[in-house]
Design a protein around this ligand. Sequence first.
Ligand SMILES: Nc1ncnc2c1ncn2[C@@H]1O[C@H](COP(=O)(O)OP(=O)(O)OP(=O)(O)O)[C@@H](O)[C@H]1O
Ligand SMILES: [Mg+2]
Length: 359
Amino acid sequence: MHLNAISLVNFKNFDQLEFKFTPKINCFVGNNGVGKTNLLDAIHYLSLCKSFFNSVDSQNIRYEQDFFVIQGSYSRNDQEEKIHCGVKRNSKKQFRRNKKDYQKLSDHIGFIPVVMVSPGDNVLITGGSDERRRFMNGVISQFDKQYLEDMITYNHALVQRNILLKDFAKKRKFEQDALDVWTEQMIAPGERIYRSRMMFIEKILPVFRRYQEFVSLGREDVGLVYESQLEGEDFRDLLERSVEKDRILQYSTCGIHKDELLLSLGNHPIKKSGSQGQQKTYLIALKLSQFEFIRNINGFHPILLLDDIFDKLDGNRVEQIIKLVSDKKFGQIFITDTSSERLQNIISETGIEYSIFEL
Ligand SMILES: Nc1ncnc2c1ncn2[C@@H]1O[C@H](COP(=O)(O)OP(=O)(O)OP(=O)(O)O)[C@@H](O)[C@H]1O
Ligand SMILES: [Mg+2]
């Protein structure tokens, strides 16, 4: 699957633009602020119906305009697919496939899988555990609609349960039956989410290690461990046992909303022990294993967006990454860099078809 052409009107810093792409490597080059990352974000929009960076759609409209349009023409399973995304101030976002409106955006998500690797991914390492849960949610829900529904049900019940616990404390009362209503709704979705996350991490772990070894030239020993209170426990028992504690603390202390992913480098948390380049390598290996995971499920390659690949990495590592993604296991790739020469030197060595777009 690949993107043949894109056209933008009033998207971020672009008034109008059209590009035709190669099915393999496409590079956006130019100085800081010319819009390289914005172009990757436009491709992200067409796949996931939203910006990777800014969740407020209207803020992606070019300043002082009142709409933007992104259109992409793809080849998918030997068929042409035309995707249209339109955002107008104060109106509902429009998404069309081959001129037909989608009723729900979630019907489109997953149709054109995409993986973005961006310097902003660093929050996975430096941020709180919610960032790492968000990462798992983002990947799994791209192909598993049940997971997405379970997350919605679970979060709703969790919020209501917490409101109730606060209310009990305020009014100095306790009603087991009222609490049970929400507890009950967390159990089945919570258990399914736990199993999906465990399976996801189990599947990507060997791939992640392989990529990490390749990019770091075998120099780094890394770990990725999924931790959940549900491990070896019955979730219902766990929730029942936690009621007293929940009442005292006035929130739900047990469940998959407390899950964590431990990211380590040589037995230490990578947040503390990793250099910036080592952290970036770790994240790229993680994202590439996400890529392979989605590809195995879909049977075709997601589009890979590599933003600022040279940032913080030494030449050896970048070369390894380019070698890796040039392999036929990867499909169409979009890369950004400030130096066209640097990028061309590395890519031309692979002998792979590529196009450079100077912005
Ligand atoms: N809604 C908008 N309207 C107009 N311009 C915008 C809008 N949103 C962002 N921009 C502009 O887009 C530019 C940033 O583009 P982008 O982040 O894609 O640059 P870049 O080429 O990736 O730069 P770098 O090399 O620094 O990463 C900024 O100059 C910013 O002002
Ligand atoms: Mg950029």
